[in-house]
Ligand binder design. Structure first.
Ligand code: PLP
Length: 460
């Protein structure tokens, strides 16, 4: 007799206890250990034969995950993880992420998930208010800054094509459209250009900052400025945390009728930090804006907030037309998140942030973000005061780039590997004017100056 086909779907309290006990333990790690890079051969040997016809004892599988797989994952939520951009979700957000998973929320449409979408939209509104965007602003949560940049710039492109057509100008795919960016723009924006078939209109920076003046001059010097249809400002850049001249860029955008997109995937959280808020002035004029709560707003992966000034323009581009979806677009469809990005099915990934914000209040976020900013300033001072280190610029946000005098490329890589092997820190080298240098990205409010000193001491 064959086994019942619903045997995987029945309540199983032993399995619940097994996994919840593991989760309870993971949530109590204090601090979260960094862990290690993986060895492919070893991992493949551990996994060999696991996916067989009849399954395995769940305790054995979980043990394999705990003892082998999870140890070969460097924990982005460790306070010693200071590379790239870390991820430091609050406990409330992590826990609520489990709720989102267990409740199988389909975040496509108002019809299916009005309660979840109302809560997500409350968070988008809070962020839009911080940016100073108008009451009409709205959007959706997508998987990351890359997805947000792509979704927004498709709207920029198609809106421009429509305007060109209305003006009786050539507007079809044969017209080479361009979007103004600076060198420091994130790689995902360059990928977006490739995907959507537009070209970069590259503008040189002033002290690594993209300014309105430089954009105005570059447009004035170009023979076909009308083919430049948008400008992307970054707030702030991933490597250095530099916030572009959003005010100046927004002015040129208005003069020229350009779409103004602000990529705040990393730095957008600074809108909640009074000590740096004014650097973002001009963001209120953005036509679209992305911030990754999975970076500096302490949400778990994968969560990016995408907000449009005029969401109708996004809806005109992204709404999917299929007869089986017609039912979504009827009376009472107050807000369908699927209409504001290139996705259809989506996790209600804004909810963990909503729960954590509701539980802790906005001030707790401000305090945690300011902690990263303070750490960056204090670290910069320590580096300035050191004989063997050189600070490369005054940190604007929470990224600090610096040099160890006399070190070569190999020295940095050897040092970084040793630091991780000793579980002191995860600090990867980066590039600076063609040179290899060291970089901290602070974000976790549990990172201490003692940890920073411990790391810097290894460079003596
Ligand atoms: C991280 C980052 C991105 C990409 O975001 P993902 O969430 O990794 O897709 C885009 N822009 C900037 C400025 C970033 O820092």
């Amino acid at each position: 007799m064959s086994a019942a086909p619903d045997r995987m779907h029945r309540p199983d309290s032993d399995l619940v206890d097994l996994v919840f006990d593991y989760m309870r333990e993971r949530l109590q790690y204090d601090p979260v250990p960094l862990d290690h890079p993986g060895d492919g051969e070893h991992l493949r040997a551990q996994l060999s034969g696991l996916l067989n016809q009849d399954g395995n004892n769940p305790a054995d599988v979980l043990k394999l995950y705990d003892h082998e797989l999870s140890r070969a994952v460097i924990s982005a939520d460790s306070p010693r993880y200071l590379s790239f951009i870390p991820c430091a979700p609050t406990k409330a957000a992590l826990l609520f992420d489990m709720v989102v998973s267990c409740a199988s929320l389909q975040g496509i449409s108002w019809l299916e998930a009005a309660g979840a979408i109302a809560a997500e939209n409350q968070v988008l509104r809070l962020i839009a208010d911080r940016a100073g965007m108008p009451a009409s602003a709205g959007g959706t949560f997508v998987s990351g800054g890359s997805a947000g940049n792509l979704s927004a710039l498709v709207v920029a492109r198609d809106t421009a094509r429509r305007k060109l057509a209305e003006q009786g100008r050539p507007s079809g795919p044969e017209v080479r459209l361009r979007i103004a960016v600076a060198d420091q723009v994130h790689s995902s924006v360059k990928n977006t250009f490739n995907i959507i078939g537009v070209e970069a209109f590259k503008v040189p920076t002033v002290d690594r900052r993209f300014t309105g003046e430089a954009l105005r001059a570059a447009l004035a010097a170009d023979p076909n400025p009308e083919t430049v249809i948008a400008v992307v400002g970054t707030g702030g850049t991933t490597n250095e945390g530099i916030v572009d001249d959003l005010q100046g860029l927004s002015e040129v955008a208005r003069e020229r009728g350009l779409w103004f997109h602000v990529d705040g995937a990393y730095g957008g959280a600074g809108l909640f930090a009074p000590s740096v808020r004014e650097r973002y002035n001009g963001i209120e004029h953005a036509d679209s804006f992305v911030v990754d709560p999975h970076k500096w707003l302490f949400a778990p992966f994968d969560c990016a907030a995408l907000i449009y000034r005029n969401p109708q323009l996004a809806r005109a581009v992204h709404t999917q037309d299929a007869s089986y979806l017609d039912v979504l677009h009827t009376e009472g469809d107050e807000w369908n998140p699927t209409d504001y990005a290139y996705h259809l099915t989506r996790r209600a990934r804004g909810l963990p942030l909503w729960f954590s914000l509701a539980v802790h209040g906005v001030q707790a976020y401000t305090d945690a973000i300011e902690a990263g900013l303070t750490l960056a300033r204090d670290t910069a001072q320590l580096i300035r005061d050191s004989e063997h280190l050189e600070l490369l610029f005054d940190p604007q946000l929470s990224a600090v780039c610096f040099k160890r005098n006399g070190w070569t490329n190999d020295d940095y890589y050897r040092w970084s590997q040793q630091l991780l092997a000793d579980q002191i820190g995860f600090v990867t080298p980066t590039g600076w004017d063609g040179e290899t240098v060291a970089r901290f990205a602070f974000l976790h409010p549990g990172t201490t100056m003692e940890m920073v000193k411990e790391i810097l001491d290894t460079m003596e």
